[in-house]
Design a protein around this ligand. Sequence first.
Ligand SMILES: [Zn+2]
Ligand SMILES: [Zn+2]
Length: 283
Amino acid sequence: MLDVTRRQNPLDMRPADRMPREIAPGVFWIGDCLAQRHKGKVYHGYNAAFLVAGDAASILVETGHPKDFPVIERHLNELFARGVPPLKYLFVTHQETPHCGGLGRILKAFPDALLVGDVSDYHLAFPQYEHRMRAMHEGEEIDLGGRGFMAVEPVIRDLRTTWWGFDTRERVLFPGDGFAYSHYHEDGHCGLVAEEAVSLDLPDVSSTFADLALFWTKFADMNVYCDRLDHLIARLGVKTIAPTHGLPITDVAATVPKVQAGLKAAALMPETGTNEKAATAAP
Ligand SMILES: [Zn+2]
Ligand SMILES: [Zn+2]
């Protein structure tokens, strides 16, 4: 019998104890934060992974940063010990290290799992797993038993090969680098959803992240991208958003406009440069 209910209020728990966190029925947020220094502040960013559990099989979305693999593996094993169905699929939104840096280790640790989504070039790094790679295209869906996982339009993307994912049962969108924003460890934001982190200035942290990581947004009309995002959210009936770098969004109507305001603001600012090179103290 699957017992995954967290009865304790996450706000009363230590950040390290808040994960794995079930953000929608059968959708578990796992992973760890990464500290980065910018303008004299220590920003935390997530390189999150999510496990979506169907009745027959589970899919892992993203692998976390390479440094996070021990944490990701511990969280996964904790969930499987609690009765979550076995890992049959791994979906990564794109080929950047914080998204797919644990790919080889996941395929090694879970020999029944297939890599799905965009699979270009991975066979060059992992020829031994080429027979376990399956390309997915927009609208294609994997049956997990009682729920499907679909590849959907990547409205805000980092690489040309990006796909976003979508859980058809609880209507959770996995937008990779879309909805990317940092949070503040000192304010206790780690492990909270966006709506719980009440002191987090979403337009500000969203524009900072776009400035540092999504350089192309300086040269694009972000109104067009935000309109397209609204269109996708309405078409799919998205109820929860599970970004790789931001805090999960559980009130789409209230929170998405704040992130969009940050994207539009960042597009109008000149680029400020990459992260400061000064050594950071341990968080
Ligand atoms: Zn990213
Ligand atoms: Zn954090």
